[in-house]
Structure formats: structure tokens, C-alpha cells
Design a protein. Sequence first.
Length: 408
Amino acid sequence: MVWDINKLKHYIIIDMKSSRRDFLKTSMALAAAATVTSPARLFATGTKRLSQTKETSGTDKMVLTFEPFEARMKHVFTISGSSRSTTPIVLTKIAYRGYVGYGEASMPPYLGESTASVMDFLRRVDLSRFSSPFQMEEILTYVDNITTNNTAAKCAVDIALHDLCGKIMGQPWWKIWGWSNKDLPSTSVTVGLAYAPDGSIDREEVRKKTLETLDYNLIKVKLGNTKENDKTMINTIREITDLPIVVDANQGWKEKGQALEMIEWLARKGVQMVEQPMPKLLLDETAWLRDRSPLPIMADEACQRLSDIRKLYGAYDGINIKLMKCTGMREAREMITLAKALHMRIMLGCMTETSVAVSAAAQFASQAEWADLDGNWLIANDIFTGMKVVDGRITLEDKPGIGVEPIK
């Protein structure tokens, strides 16, 4: 049976403020619809001949290779609960008949992955068992089933496979999916928490970081500390610019009354949206907060994969999709399908990444209300070129695959 997601939406009429418990009775049908309508499933059959339209030198079997890379931050990157100056990354390649697709696994601490764990996972991936890269559904299901977690490692294969298939077809993925590269959203750029030795906010460091963002249209501010420090962050930025702000509290506000007080104050300061204000397990408290919040509440840490969305409905206004959390482009597409069916708002996010993963995420830009694709801007040693930001907005060129090239 093939589900029509648009018809299904007419049969399932849900009030966004209704009980999440009632919603769970109908959400499984929507999850099935999002899976069945996955474009990766469409490419899994009937497209084998596309992979043979250009005969080039190289092996007839896909070959996966990978190597570690350390991304160096331009500034120490501090969020609620942690700081770092580097991010470990593993870069991947899938070669097939003279074509090469590029991928990436980026591993910030909270994902629980490391260079060693990713490389161990990738050693277990045997692509030679598949005859064509266009067996995308079979390949990526096989990769996902190798272990329960390792989402960044799986993402490194997913992105490289999408890049490879797009290059064989000679088309970018935004075009393959029938989307546009016009009027794409602005990407926010991040100002992280900056502490003085006594634990207060280092106002000079915040000013310095803010001045670097003024060529953009939207600033993302990391909060989730004490009320005094959080307000100092915003007030310091507002001394310099009146650019719109979005806020990411990274689960830092532990009590719903405190979170509501902060959000009401932020709304008066020109903030547009708040990501993950409370710990991800506090769904009932977050639902209470959402019912009273003057600003949209977006799930970040609470939303990892497709299966999470139905649990979050009613507690959040929308979801932040990150490729490293959801295993890559295939599942991100399914998450967008389901979220749109539920009238949930969509944000695209990233880790600190090279232009490979950022450009892969940018293929979805036309489907998002907000974008936070500044991972390559945050690092000092990007070794790829790809998605560009022009006048603060994401731009996508008509380059095949995910549109990246190594810097030589």
C-alpha cells in the first residue's frame, strides 16, 4: 500500500495545542508515510542505468576510504556546560567508476562519538556487497543496522553516497528533489558564551565576537547560564547591533518558571526564537512552557531522529534537524516530510563542520524557516569549498552532488 501524505493530512486534523497523549494514537501513520515517500526509496529502484551513463575509469565496486581531521575553532566555543577549541572530524570518500563522493563525521562531545569509534565503525562498512550506489535505500539501511548509535559515522557514509550519486547524475540534490535555490533563508552566525576568570561574562570578548557577525542578518546566541550572565550576553550584543537574534539555551534552564521569565524578557529584546530551553527529558514542563511562551520553542537535543518527532509534537513548535544527529541526508528528508505534515516549523542546524557537511545540509535550505549553517565559518582550517553565504543568505550553485570541491 502506498500512502499519499497530502491526503493523509486531510484525514488527521490535529490542534497544535491539543494533548500530546491523544496525538500519539495517530502519529504512527504519519511516520510510515514519511518513510514510504522518502526520495531515497525512489532512487533505490529504476535508476541503475543512470549510474552507467558515463563510462569512466575506476573500479566497478564502491570503495570507502576515510581519514581523521581536526577542525580548529576561530574562538573558544562555549555553550551551556562545555567549551572547546577544536572538534574531531573524520572525512570520508566513496569512489566508483572514476567518481568520488565526499562525506564527513563531526563529533562534538555530546554526541558520544570519537575519532576512534567512527573509524572503527567505518572499518565495518563493506560497500563491495552492493552492485550500484543507486541502491541507496538498501545501502543506508545496511549501514544504519550495523550498530544502534554512531549517527555521525553513519552520516559520513550517507553524505558521501549522496554526493557520489548526485555527481553521477550531474545534478545537485536540491534540484533532484525538485526544490529551488532562490530566496533561501539567512543563516545565523553564533556568538558563544564567553567567561571572565571570575565566572562572569567577558563583555569585551562578546563585543569582539559580535563585531565579526555584522555582515550577517541573524545572530544566534548561546545562553543557558545564570540569569545575570544570560542577560549580560544579550545586553552586550544589543549595545552593538539591533540585528535579529535567535537563542539556544542548550537545556540550560532547569525550571519552567525561570525559563518562561527569561523568554518573556528575550522577546522584549528582539529575539525571534528559542532552541532547547529546558532539559530534553522534561517534555511535560516544555509543553507547559510552550503554551505560555511568546516565542517559538524549537527542539534541538530532544530531536535526534525521525522516531523522536511524534513524541515532541505539542511540546515544541518545531525541530532543529542536524545531519550528524539523524544519520544524514536520507533521514533528514524524511524528518522534513513528517514535520511538515504535522505543521511543525523547521530549522536546519550543524555542528562545527567543514564545508562538506554544511553544504550537504544546505541542500535542504528551501524547506527551512531558520538556518544555522555556520559550522564552516566557525573553523579556521576548512579544506573544502562549497555552500556560500552572500549578503547573509545561503546560496546554492548548480554544482552536482552536494556542490563541494577540495581546496588544493
